[in-house]
Design a protein around this ligand. Structure first.
Ligand SMILES: N[C@@H](CCC(=O)N[C@@H](CS)C(=O)NCC(=O)O)C(=O)O
Length: 215
């Protein structure tokens, strides 16, 4: 039994996709961000960073969404959401998951929490504008990768695609949103037919219409 501490459309979304995809027996536990529950004493015992998500597997809590995703993949090798050790695609899986989490997600965090990155209120619009450019640069690299590939790693869906879908959803508000990139937009539209994406977005009340209609 897995317990996923989550909040809708937060960094728990990618692990939620994976739990659903592998048909795991899982329980969702809402961390009420509106009352700062991620900083409560009980939650900090599970996740000292005070961030969402945390996954508890057999009494063992782990945090950091990419680590959680890899752990779920390893516990469910039959799902083939991560290329096996020794496969030529395995390092590319690490590469893309790290790029998504350490580059695109990190830039998005600065974009959406700019006040944490400057102590001068007046510079916040500049931080946001700079981040929009950096996010567009990262999306452009992903768009190039998707020009000749159905999925991020080639012709097979992996956990990286679920992670990218989560970050694309967060990026919709940005001027050069994922939908302004030809191959990325087409890929996201295709992913909207994925039964796991449909089911989990339904559960978390995430609207897929922008991806389906392109605006
Ligand atoms: N690197 C972490 C980041 C997690 C994270 O920043 N989560 C956000 C929600 S998307 C959060 O908990 N924010 C609340 C806060 O910073 O207090 C991960 O990928 O799990």
């Amino acid at each position: 039994m897995f317990k996923l501490y989550y909040y809708p459309n937060n960094a728990s979304l990618a692990p939620h996709f994976l739990l659903h995809h592998v048909k795991a027996d899982y329980e969702l536990l809402l961390v009420d961000k509106t009352s700062n529950a991620q900083k409560s004493a009980d939650y900090l015992k599970l996740n000292p960073a005070g961030r969402i998500p945390t996954l508890v597997v057999d009494e063992q809590p782990i945090f950091e969404s990419p680590a959680i995703c890899m752990h779920i993949c390893e516990l469910h090798p039959e799902s083939k959401l991560m290329p096996p050790i020794g496969h030529s695609q395995r390092p590319l899986f690490y590469q893309w998951l790290a790029f998504l989490n350490n580059t695109l997600q990190a830039e998005l965090m600065v974009r959406y929490y700019p006040h944490r990155y400057t102590n001068d209120e007046a510079t916040i619009p500049n931080v946001v504008a700079a981040q929009d450019d950096r996010i567009a640069d990262a999306l452009s690299i992903i768009n190039d990768q998707l020009e000749h590939n159905e999925y991020l790693l080639g012709d097979k869906l992996t956990a990286c695609d679920y992670f990218l879908f989560m970050l694309s959803e967060w990026s919709l508000l940005i001027e050069k949103s994922p939908l302004t990139f030809e191959y990325l937009a087409a890929y996201l539209k295709r992913l909207c037919s994925n039964p796991t994406i449909k089911a989990v977005c339904d559960m978390e009340e995430i609207d897929l219409t922008p991806f389906q209609t392109g605006d």
